[in-house]
Design a protein around this ligand. Structure first.
Ligand SMILES: [Fe+2]
Ligand SMILES: [Fe+2]
Length: 301
């Protein structure tokens, strides 16, 4: 039995706060772990992703305030602020890892500049989060490959944390996109989704080509990476069509979360147990959080 659809912004605020207090510990004390060959293979790629994670999100905050003002959803502003804080944590962790391994940060990369321009292309919340979620869906596949591309325990743990966060970011953003597109007439919605698919395809091809050495090292050739990204995109669309984040009550009366964190690199073959444990722990966090919210709702009623 379906009892709810998308989570409210308040629920997401509660989740993001809870997530902040349950971060995986990263073994910083291991210091420089990368050998010369590993460092050479991942340097350019990790530099680009570290830069991409480091946005201040000022425009996004402005769009979020605009949405909150016209919809009355004031919690959305805080939810977006917490999401940006998670992205900045990703940038910080990757930056710290790079410093420890003698990889300099970069300030500019053409792909990042294009991405930032696209996000603010029309000056709307919808375009901004559509472009962001495009990057986040691709990131779910990329970080799984980056994790496999290195033997560094530190980098693997950083990737685990980012993968865990990004799965929820995608969920949060797609729920908001669905809200923004709710009233749209069918032909216009079809055109919107076609354009989004085109953007996603283009972004996937660019990432697959410009990060090919890391992806290959991580077990994903060009074609396999593209297929994995497109699979993630399609799975995300299916989830949305099925009311995305619906929850149901099973026979035992327990509240279950329908949305499973997909593991894009499930068949990569190395060290999968840790990632599955992490994902299971993450689902547990959200389920525990959801149970608490549902109990709260019953008390209010
Ligand atoms: Fe991120
Ligand atoms: Fe994200």
């Amino acid at each position: 039995m379906r009892v709810a659809t998308a989570r409210s912004s308040h629920e997401w605020v509660v989740y993001f706060r809870m997530n902040r207090s349950r971060l995986l510990s990263i073994p910083w004390s291991l210091g420089a772990e990368l050998g010369a060959a590993e460092r050479a293979a991942i340097t350019s790629s990790i530099q680009a992703f570290q830069l991409g994670e480091s946005s201040e999100g000022r425009n996004l905050m402005r769009y979020a305030r605009g949405w909150a003002a016209c919809s009355g959803d004031s919690d959305y502003v805080e939810a977006i602020a917490l999401l940006i804080a998670e992205e900045q944590r990703h940038a910080r962790d990757l930056g710290r890892f790079m410093e420890l391994n003698g990889i300099p940060r970069i300030r500019r990369r053409w792909t990042d500049s294009v991405f930032r321009r696209l996000r603010n292309f029309m000056g709307t919340l919808e375009i901004s989060i559509a472009v962001l979620v495009t990057a986040e869906i691709i990131a779910k596949v990329y970080y799984a490959a980056l994790r496999e591309a290195s033997e560094s325990k530190m980098l693997r743990r950083i990737c685990d944390q980012i993968l865990r966060d990004e799965a929820r970011h995608v969920q949060f953003q797609t729920e908001q996109l669905a809200r923004l597109r709710r009233e749209r007439a069918a032909p216009l919605l079809w055109a919107t989704l076609a354009l989004h698919r085109l953007l996603f395809l283009g972004a996937t091809l660019v990432v697959a080509w410009s990060h090919r050495s890391v992806l290959c090292r991580g077990g994903l050739g060009f074609g396999r990476f593209c297929r994995a990204c497109l699979g993630e995109f399609a799975a995300d669309r299916t989830r949305r069509r099925d009311e995305g984040t619906s929850r149901r009550i099973d026979r035992a009366g327990e509240i279950c979360d329908d949305l499973r964190v997909r593991q894009p690199a499930k068949d990569f073959g190395r060290d999968l147990d840790l990632r599955q444990t992490v994902a299971a722990a993450e689902d547990h966090v959200l389920e525990a959080h959801q149970s608490r919210i549902d109990v709260d709702r019953q008390i209010v009623r």
